[in-house]
Design a protein around this ligand. Structure first.
Ligand code: F0G
Length: 462
């Protein structure tokens, strides 16, 4: 038996892949991770859980206890904030050969200034940008790339707006695999591109957008033995769902009223929704938070899909936004996302470029910071509060998906007034107070003191 076949035989039984549309179950996916019968997406299911469902309460409290105790362990698996929850993950034939960078374990921060700006009493941020490569992608990558290695692949690949490629390149390097990155030329933040280069990925900039890169990659994996690591790969979502588990543990299993996430290719909201649903099914929580998705106005395929087609058919768009991470017009996981919105009762909103920029500066001002795509969550929350969908007293958690330093160019342009030159007069009035450009100051003490005094006077007059 080859290593790959042995690995697959051992994985059999612990989990299966199921088509979300026709329900056919498979032991193993094809290269494109689509159902060979109807072409729809696959999800990981765990037939073995049924046996435990008769005594859910006992199992639930045992799981909570086990996960908590692992915080004290130094083993590689337990040090990962993903593999710590391995009872809800695919069982890999060689658990000691997982590829991990101690992902997960991300902090929950208070955002007092943002809470005031949004009109809620209290606001929390689960900062997924505090993962090893600076984005939430690491939590899914550790699982999917470990599967790739155990299935015997030597090459992995992704199309990316930047963060997936940075993450994949790091994990591939750590695990001794080669990685191929397809990115849209000129449309990814420099921090992310530099990561892919440093981690040694074969990096191709294509003169197209993210959707174009993904189309080419899908054709490539049909022709060449290379493992696809985009979020169409359901193992990615299994890892990403652990952020919901970790969040609930941090909240001592008290379910918040709302969780808000940015929407791009719509893998993350699907993953978090799956994690929450599984927690409920297994009795670890007894209700679901509303999970809402926020998109940039210029990349609003899900918003339009819901408004124009009732969520039954995708409305693709030609995406354009300075929040390059979510510059996606043809989101792969739209159907999964629609189901999560329906099952949790969440909302889907869009926000303008100016609203994103202001929200990003406000998150920065709370000492937390994030990349532009993550800031849509706060901008969206403001809208949801105005609409009365979120009440002032309710407990809200924003999912911040990427680190502030991923896209320093955006931040600098914003503060130097180079971003949004086409902003309207009304928008400028709201943008300008958030901007803090560096000052040119003569190199002497008096000059610096004058600057300080002026700043103190301005603060006092606010
Ligand atoms: N936030 C950040 C920082 C991202 O990098 C992405 C997606 C999203 C939000 C949207 O998540 O696609 O699961 O809905 N970035 C991908 C990439 C597409 O290639 O790095 P999603």
């Amino acid at each position: 038996m080859t290593t790959g076949a042995k690995a697959r035989a051992e994985m059999k039984g612990s989990h299966a892949l199921r088509c979300i549309e026709c329900g056919t179950e498979f032991e193993r996916a094809g290269a494109e991770f689509r159902c060979p019968h109807c072409g729809d997406l696959l999800e990981v299911v765990y037939p073995g859980w049924a046996a435990n469902e008769a005594h859910t309460a006992v199992w639930a409290s045992q799981l909570k206890q086990t996960w908590w105790e692992r915080n004290l362990s130094r083993s590689t698996e337990d040090a990962s904030g993903v593999w710590r929850f391995r009872e809800l993950l695919p069982h890999l034939p060689e658990p000691r050969r997982i590829i991990t960078l101690r992902e997960g374990n991300t902090p929950l921060f208070a955002l007092p200034g943002c809470a005031r700006a949004a009109g809620v009493d209290r606001l929390l941020a689960k900062h997924q940008g505090m993962n090893p490569t600076g984005s939430f992608k690491d939590t899914g990558m550790t699982v999917a790339i470990s599967v790739a290695r155990q299935e015997g692949f030597s090459w992995v690949a992704c199309a990316s707006t930047g963060n997936t490629s940075a993450s994949m390149a790091a994990y591939a390097a750590q695990g001794g695999l080669r990685s191929l990155v397809l990115i849209p030329e000129g449309k990814i933040a420099w921090g992310k591109l530099s990561q892919a280069l440093d981690y040694g990925a074969l990096t191709c900039q294509l003169r197209t957008d993210f959707d174009g890169c993904l189309r080419i990659l899908t054709e490539l994996v049909r022709r060449h033995p290379i493992y696809l690591l985009n979020s169409i790969n359901p193992y990615r979502l299994e890892g990403q769902k652990t952020a919901a588990l970790e969040l609930l543990e941090q909240l001592e299993w008290q379910v918040p009223d709302h969780i808000i996430v940015p929407g791009g290719n719509l893998g993350n909201c699907s993953a978090l929704g799956k994690g929450l649903e599984e927690l409920r099914r297994l009795g670890l929580i007894h209700s679901l938070p509303r999970l809402s998705v926020i998109q940039a106005e210029g990349a609003n395929a899900l918003v339009r899909t819901l408004r124009e087609k009732g969520g039954r058919e995708l409305v693709p768009v030609q995406a354009e936004t300075a929040a390059t991470a979510i510059r996606i017009g043809n989101p792969v996981s739209w159907k999964k996302a629609v189901r999560v919105l329906e099952s949790t009762g969440g909302s889907c909103e869009q926000v303008s470029e100016a609203e994103i920029a202001i929200a990003k500066a406000e998150i920065g001002r709370d000492g937390v910071g994030c990349e532009p795509a993550s800031a849509v969550t706060l901008a969206g929350l403001k809208k949801l509060v105005k609409q009365g969908f979120v009440q002032r007293h309710e407990r809200v958690v924003l999912t911040l998906t990427g680190h502030l330093l991923k896209d320093p160019e955006y931040t600098l342009k914003f503060h130097r007034r180079e971003l949004l030159p086409e902003a309207s007069e009304a928008e400028r009035k709201r943008l300008d107070p958030c901007r803090r450009a560096p000052l040119q100051v003569e190199p002497n003490l008096e000059a610096v003191l004058r600057v300080l005094e002026t700043a103190e006077k301005t603060d006092a007059s606010r």
